[in-house]
Design a protein around this ligand. Sequence first.
Ligand SMILES: [Zn+2]
Length: 261
Amino acid sequence: MAAQKTQAIVIRTFPLQEFHKIITFYTPDFGKVKAVAYGIKSPKSRLAGSLELLNYGTLLFQHRENRELQNITDFSLLNGFDAIRSDFTRITYGCYFAELVDSIASEGIANPETFDLLRTTYQFLAQADDIPLLARGFEIKFLDCAGYGPELSRCVHCGVTVKGASLEENSEATNRLGVAFSVRYGGVLCSDCKNRDGAAFTIAHGSCELLKMLRKSEWERFNRIRASSRNHKELKRLLGNFIEYHTERNLKSLKFIENVL
Ligand SMILES: [Zn+2]
């Protein structure tokens, strides 16, 4: 048993009997850490209130090899992202991002990039103008961090460069032809190979270019990016299908966003 100290974000909480909770943290050094917070629902608990969903802090825990549940020693809050909590839409999306990170097995695997992505996304979420666009940005960046990022420039079957829309080409005609995207092959297909996957679907060149932009843009630039309703619809479908394929899960919070927001 070894004492460990790491930064952590609470990505899931689950009640255990009357007074305890099972908390899933996402950490840069250990990936997901699942731990029991004993007596947390008792008003006398030192940790009461500090282990709410999305809270970011410094976690001290006793690490036991080959045990599913660890023991929390302490959690000191660094940021509760209060500006998100006061807005129903923002907190709902915040929960979706946490569920998405939880949906991929990562116990014991250090991934500081994913941790930084989640932390900076929560910081930016409070001031994002277009929250669904931020969500698409989070999805593509998360897929990249997890090693599942789609190929957007070269045909995933033959390797030829799939021409993006330059300014002159970004016309109605080019957009009508579009780019074929295969979830199964993991990216774009050229016009010769597009029939290789019967389930491939077409998105506008503009949507494909926008996705490349979301992938590489810092959050500070996001409020300057504009997306049409067609871009929104196509990227939501593309990334949603891609995530479902890799996580093999129906994310509850995503359903909630679709039905309620
Ligand atoms: Zn091809």
